[in-house]
Design a binder for this molecule. Structure first.
Ligand code: IPE
Ligand code: IPE
Ligand code: MG
Length: 243
């Protein structure tokens, strides 16, 4: 596979932790713990391959609807993984960004997130984006609120709002758009992940549960991506003529 055909940005819905645990007669939490190991592996593989950005959906705006005990355990796991991994990420030149409504997290977790982002902000290797308490609807509403406040303050005439200006207010605005979306766990839906940003992303679904995702499957997703003709509205002939 040539370097050109590699996606710049991969976005993943890491689904299936609960079912992975259930199959083994373990509590759901054991699946989430096993899922963290897959995150570590994926970060390493993507960094080695020269992928620029990896965005991982860790906790959705809707995941608060889960039993309190599971939510608490997920928060603890997020915090301990951050504490444990951050120095290693920094050593490997990874820059970490967290997207989502972080004001819902405990003060301690918010502090940890801020420290981790600050520590790694100048790193030039893989950008690892963790979506936590993130929702595509939330992202779009926040962008709309910011633009509305610019209009209210008189610094932006309403008629000047366009797609480019809107996009600049969204999460990931400073990064290349996701080229490849992967969802593990068998469901064929987007579950309020990056709604705006996925407009022209290539989609790859696998039944494999997240803790079982590995190098072989990542390569399969990358091979599939490499065979796709991205037309962005044009005809196939137009695209091959310009290639
Ligand atoms: C994904 O795995 C992790 C989170 C949503 C936090 P799930 O916990 O959704 O696993 P399943 O879908 O129940 O198997
Ligand atoms: C999506 O998975 C969110 C994350 C992986 C963090 P869910 O398991 O919450 O999605 P639904 O509820 O099955 O759509
Ligand atoms: Mg799920």
């Amino acid at each position: 596979m040539t370097q050109n055909l590699l996606p710049h940005h991969i976005a993943i819905i890491m689904d299936g932790n609960g079912r992975w645990a259930k199959k083994r007669l373990l509590p759901r939490h054991a699946g989430h713990k096993a899922g963290v190991n897959t995150v570590r592996l994926l970060v390493k593989l993507c960094a080695e391959k020269g992928i620029e950005v990896l965005t991982l959906f860790a906790f959705s705006s809707e995941n608060w609807r889960r039993p309190t005990q599971e939510v608490n355990l997920l928060m603890e796991l997020f915090m301990s993984a951050l504490q444990r991994e951050i120095n290693n990420l920094h050593k490997n030149n990874v820059s970490l960004q967290i997207i989502g409504a972080r004001d819902a997290f405990s003060d301690k977790l918010q502090q940890l997130i801020a420290q981790a982002e600050k520590l790694t902000e100048h790193n030039t290797g893989l950008t690892l984006v963790i979506a936590a308490n993130y929702g595509g609807h939330w992202d779009i509403v926040e962008a709309a609120k910011r633009l509305a406040s610019h209009v209210e303050q008189g610094i932006l005439p309403c008629h000047e709002i366009n797609e480019k200006l809107f996009e600049a207010q969204l999460c990931l605005a400073n990064l290349p758009e996701p080229d490849l979306f992967i969802r593990t766990g068998g469901e064929k839906r987007v579950s309020n992940f990056l709604l705006w940003q996925l407009a022209y992303t290539e989609l790859f679904f696998t039944d494999t549960l997240w803790p079982d995702f590995d190098k072989v499957l990542l390569d399969k997703a990358l091979e599939s991506f490499a065979t796709r003709q991205r037309r962005f509205g044009r005809t196939g002939e137009q695209v091959s003529e310009n290639a």
